[in-house]
Design a protein around this ligand. Structure first.
Ligand SMILES: Cc1cc2nc3c(=O)[nH]c(=O)nc-3n(C[C@H](O)[C@H](O)[C@H](O)COP(=O)(O)O)c2cc1C
Length: 311
């Protein structure tokens, strides 16, 4: 069985779980376009997660998943809530694959876990995970500290596990989907590109900033605590200055701990807020509907593979 069959999707695309960006509306639109639609539970209290699941289920009867980053203490409650509302596909990240996989498998769920190294992919396979999402450090958001790029990471993960591999990080158009599948991935997961859609809950200021961003506007920060790729704004300057003074984990967390991600990405304060985008930002030139985006991605993908034999 292919991963697309397991996930019951007709396009090889997973719309990434993203804090403050991927609520029920985006996930349902992605699912209706044939992708795996993912609700990013990271920023949600369990009752808000329940609202988003119900909203998405009201808008689609296609494949929906919930992304649960394991670094937050409410991850257990989020999983409980998602299970109670019928979610059968989970994408866990930022923690040990051993933590919930067996429990989710016993409940009949499909589990994907995000990895940044081949070693972690092997651990996922041992833990019983169904597929790994190998994410290169080009990606927006939280990230591996080893700085493995998608191009280097994917084939090495593909060679070391038998379970399906999904490629993530720096995939912004159909050419990159063709490249990722050529490297042995069965699907791709795309985050940054989906921010610039009408259905994403990102603030309009954030979407407009993404359209103007260049590929050098981001940097992987906080490698000594929770590595995250940030857009270079005033908040980034604060983090950078603290890191240059060798601030410890608790000092960095103090700067982070003032709801900065919500302020930046949901409320649109582009100076004081935390803005997460990936290196692919320079390719994003318009805000479109998810349906239009996915159709375009598939046209570009087919065009690319058609032209390859020329070379
Ligand atoms: C705004 C934003 C928020 C994100 N939040 C999460 C999250 O909550 N959980 C997670 O596992 N990954 C998160 N990510 C990473 C994405 O799930 C995805 O793997 C990544 O965006 C892929 O790389 P790309 O941005 O180059 O497409 C986030 C990424 C972005 C851009």
């Amino acid at each position: 069985m292919t991963l697309m069959q397991t996930l019951k999707i007709s396009r090889p695309i997973i719309q990434a779980g993203m804090v403050w960006v991927s609520g029920g509306k985006l996930a349902a639109a992605a699912a209706n376009a044939g992708c795996l639609g993912v609700i990013g539970a990271g920023s949600m209290k369990p009752d808000l997660l329940r609202e988003h699941i119900l909203k998405a289920q009201g808008l689609t009867n296609k494949s929906l998943a919930v992304n649960v980053p394991l670094l937050y203490e409410k991850s257990e409650e989020q999983i409980h809530s998602a299970l109670a509302y019928g979610i059968k596909i989970f994408i866990t990240s930022a923690g040990s694959p051993k933590k919930f996989t067996q429990r989710l498998k016993s409940a009949g769920c499909t589990v994907l876990h995000v990895v940044s190294t081949p070693d972690l992919a092997r651990k996922c396979e041992e833990a019983g995970v169904d597929a790994v999402i190998a994410e290169g450090f080009e990606a927006g958001g939280h990230n591996g500290r080893d700085e493995l790029t998608t191009m280097a990471l994917i084939p090495q993960v593909v060679d070391c596990v038998k379970i399906p591999v999904v490629a993530a990080g720096g995939i912004g158009d159909g050419r990159a989907i063709a490249a990722a599948l050529s490297l042995g991935a069965e699907c791709v997961q795309m985050g940054t590109r989906f921010i610039a859609t009408h259905e994403a809950s990102a603030h309009e200021n954030f979407k407009q900033l993404l359209l103007k961003a260049s590929p050098t506007d981001t940097m992987l920060m906080m490698k000594r605590s929770v590595p995250v790729r940030l857009f270079k704004n005033k908040f980034y300057d604060e983090i950078k200055a603290a890191e240059e003074k060798c601030a410890d984990k608790s000092e960095l967390e103090k700067i982070l701990g003032r709801g900065r991600a919500k302020l930046g990405m949901l409320e649109g304060n582009l100076d004081e807020g935390e803005i997460e985008i990936g290196q692919i930002a320079g390719l994003v030139k318009d805000v479109v509907s998810v349906e239009e985006l996915v159709d375009r991605l598939m046209v570009e993908y087919h065009q690319t593979i058609k032209e390859l034999p020329k070379f």
